[in-house]
Design a protein around this ligand. Structure first.
Ligand SMILES: [Zn+2]
Length: 419
């Protein structure tokens, strides 16, 4: 596969990336209390905070593909494609982990023998003690994800918003009524089970005082009061939000921590709203420019490829508002048109969708860039984010962005001169 090495990301781009994260390899494992390694399990946990697997599309194949969670990770290689050229690069730089955007095993396989390219990749990874982790569609939509990285790379400003926002993760609210002296313990228990997180705050609860009343039946074993007697107790109403996926954990914790035999509680499903993550991004350029200059600047902002970019539109028209989608973005063509942007940047556009799109009056121009190059823009962003999280936990792990161009197209034959 020597041809894929014929084009590499520019040295300046890559040197900048390496310099930010590099350290001298081989120094003592601890230096001023900062380790130079982290267990693979800790690296995976940090990656899954940035790019939770639950945000992946149904049927996607994300997560740890190869690796022992207890193995030490000192050096991580970030790459778009988990192909042989990237594995060779990982071996040559002594990486312990490859973080790839594209899945290795997207469809079920019945063999990983080294007789197929994917089997060869798995054998080489395992025999060199290198793990493989995949963050695919779960890395497309969030902040510090693929589309946001592409948007920033092509020069869009900070007014970025998703082209098609995703809803926030489903939330519930739990409401319960607790004797005043037990309220703190119940709030603690609900928080430990996953309730009460709001942004950077935890153990968030609202408390209001009131009175609860009940009459224990003959079969009851009341914590307060007597069988057959009406009881009135000073209680606190406790309200906390929780991720819906933690509902059973929180209810179990409530039953365990509440002093009553039969605690009263409500679980309410909250209406959703748009998250700060979603498919694609829309933003504006600092200054209007022509489509021709913008397209040239996009190509210059991406790592070099043999193909460059294809453009559809009046090259002298003014562009300022831009939509982008990392990867194959034809599923967002209508969204880009409805958003009223001047130009849509994405990859892998086919004749019919592009042609039909451009037939609309006032349709945005199109810039079709190589899939690999667009998604490469995520690698420095993700590696820096991962390094930051691990650094905050006392582990200095070296991050390296792949130098290998794995765009499958390595020559553009007979390209016509531009209009
Ligand atoms: Zn992709």
């Amino acid at each position: 596969m020597s041809h894929v090495k014929s084009a590499t990301a520019s040295d300046a781009q890559l040197t900048a990336v390496r310099t930010r994260h590099s350290t001298t390899r081989g120094r003592a494992d601890t230096l001023s209390g900062v380790t130079t390694a982290a267990p693979l399990a800790a690296v995976v946990a940090a990656l899954e905070e940035l790019y939770p697997p639950r945000w992946a599309d149904d049927g996607d194949a994300v997560g740890l593909v190869v690796g022992d969670p207890s193995a030490d990770v000192r050096r991580v290689l970030f790459a778009v494609d988990p192909v042989q050229a990237v594995v060779d690069e990982a071996i040559s730089i002594g990486a312990d982990l490859v973080v790839a955007h594209h899945p290795l095993l997207y469809r079920p396989v019945s063999t990983v023998a080294a007789t197929s390219p994917k089997g060869r990749v798995i054998h080489d990874l395992i025999s060199h003690g290198i793990g493989l982790y995949v963050a695919h569609t779960n890395a497309d939509s969030p902040p510090r994800g693929v589309s946001e990285s592409l948007a920033r790379a092509v020069g869009l400003e900070d007014d970025l918003r998703p082209l098609r926002p995703h809803p926030v993760d489903p939330l519930d609210k739990i409401v319960t009524f607790v004797p005043r002296e037990a309220a703190d313990a119940v709030v603690d228990a609900l928080a430990a089970a996953g309730a009460g997180d709001i942004g950077a705050y935890d153990r968030c609860a609202f408390l209001a005082e009131g009175q609860g009343t009940f009459r224990p039946g003959e079969a009851a074993n009341p914590a307060i009061g007597s069988r057959g007697e009406i009881e009135v107790v000073d209680e606190v109403r406790v309200e906390m939000v929780l991720p819906r996926r933690r509902r059973d954990d929180v209810v179990t914790a409530l039953r365990a921590a509440h002093p009553y035999e039969e605690p009263a509680f409500d679980v309410l499903e909250l209406a959703g709203w748009s998250a700060d993550r979603g498919a694609g991004r829309v933003g504006t350029l600092p200054e209007p420019t022509t489509l021709r200059r913008f397209a040239d600047s996009v190509v210059a902002a991406l790592p070099p490829t043999a193909v460059g970019a294809r453009v559809s539109g009046d090259l002298d028209s003014q562009v300022r508002t831009v939509a982008v989608t990392g990867g194959a973005g034809d599923f967002l063509l209508d969204d880009a048109r409805v958003a009223g942007v001047d130009v849509y940047v994405t990859s892998d556009l086919r004749h019919h969708p592009a042609s039909e799109f451009r037939e609309y009056d006032g349709a945005p121009a199109l810039v079709d860039v190589p899939h690999w190059a667009a998604e490469w823009t995520w690698l420095p962003v993700a590696s820096e984010a991962l390094a930051g999280i691990l650094e905050g936990r006392g582990s200095h792990v070296e991050m390296v962005v792949s130098r290998v161009c794995t765009d499958p197209w390595n020559y553009r034959a007979g390209a016509a001169t531009s209009a």
